[in-house]
Design a protein around this ligand. Structure first.
Ligand code: SF4
Ligand code: SF4
Length: 311
């Protein structure tokens, strides 16, 4: 059964498949609220195409990462795979509860999701249980948690997206990773366009939302020289050095109209997940990723506009 499931998962586009018995989860884990008789959580990691990051690396095409790397993965590829795989489990007599990330629901009142327009998020109003995706992926043996909180995999480093199936079918477990990829080099932190990652690796999600959308003019080819003219510390903002409160973040986001969104409430990413790209390049240079390419991802020195051109 496990072999047939994994074969089908590969056909559906999943790249890494892991199984955690319910015994790996604490008694108050959301999985038992979702399915009290859960026996297994199946984790599925889908690679984000390395080529989807290419345009932002070169500063030439920004649409492809946000459409092919985020929106289509979350709204088309992964839900279709989850449905097909869940049907396979149910054809074999067990119940399957697919878990894709609901990008617009958030339990916390003061948080946000950089990938979604902040005013499209329902905070605290919808009492719906959601898994901690990275923690669940670690329990399923898909990878390890990185310094800045993403999942790192042996095959693709941080370039993956995640979904899960909770089921009352029993499967043999996948071993949990012994962390060996993240070496705390801090390159993710220094690559962030807005200093959104603290010394301890915590991501300030409001700052991240501002710079994910492109507030750093030195890394945004669409920003006009007079951007953010109404904001007092516009040069600090454009340089990625501004202090940030949620109120200020909302104001900056509302003034950031240099590139169109991609639909389904998703923001276009101008930073192109520079934190993850830096991590990927680091792991690739160390030779620890098992998925090899003929040429390195970074082919020339990183480009940057002069902050003086905004003064
Ligand atoms: S760049 Fe990658 S390996 Fe380095 S600290 Fe960040 S997550 Fe860890
Ligand atoms: S590089 Fe982009 S995605 Fe990563 S923390 Fe910074 S703003 Fe957020």
């Amino acid at each position: 059964m496990k072999e047939r499931f994994c074969e089908l998962a590969k056909v559906c586009g999943a790249d890494i498949i892991g199984f955690a018995s319910s015994g790996r989860f604490e008694k108050d884990s959301p999985i038992f609220r979702l399915m009290p008789d859960a026996k297994t959580v199946i984790g599925l990691a889908f690679r984000v195409l390395r080529g989807a990051y290419r345009g932002i690396e070169e500063g030439s095409t920004y649409y492809q990462y946000s459409t092919m790397g985020v929106t289509n993965m979350e709204e088309t590829v992964m839900p279709a795979a989850l449905l097909r795989l869940s049907m396979f489990i149910e054809e074999n007599g067990a119940t399957a509860l697919p878990q894709r990330r609901h990008q617009q629901i958030m339990a916390e009142d003061d948080s946000t999701n950089p990938e979604i327009s902040y005013d499209a998020i329902y905070r605290g109003k919808v009492n719906e249980t959601q898994l901690d995706f990275v923690d669940t992926a670690v329990k399923c043996g898909l990878g390890e948690k990185s310094f800045h909180g993403t999942l790192l995999t042996d095959e693709f480093g941080p370039m993956v997206r995640l979904c899960f199936i909770i089921t009352d079918m029993e499967f043999d477990e996948t071993p949990v990773y012994k962390p060996h990829l993240c070496d705390n080099c801090g390159k993710c932190r220094s690559a962030c366009h807005g200093n959104a990652i603290s010394d301890e690796g915590k991501v300030d999600v409001w700052k991240c939302s501002v710079y994910y959308k492109g507030a750093n003019g030195t890394k945004n080819p669409f920003m006009p020289p007079d951007a953010f003219a109404e904001l007092e510390d516009r040069i600090d903002i454009i340089a990625g050095e501004a202090e940030m409160s949620p109120e200020k973040a909302r104001k900056i986001i509302d003034s950031t109209h240099f590139y169109p969104p991609v639909g389904h409430m998703y923001q276009s990413s101008i930073c192109g997940r520079a934190c993850d790209v830096a991590c990927y390049i680091h792991l690739e240079e160390k030779g620890v990723l098992t998925k090899k390419f003929k040429t390195p991802f970074r082919k020339r020195e990183e480009w940057k506009f002069d902050i003086e051109s905004f003064k």
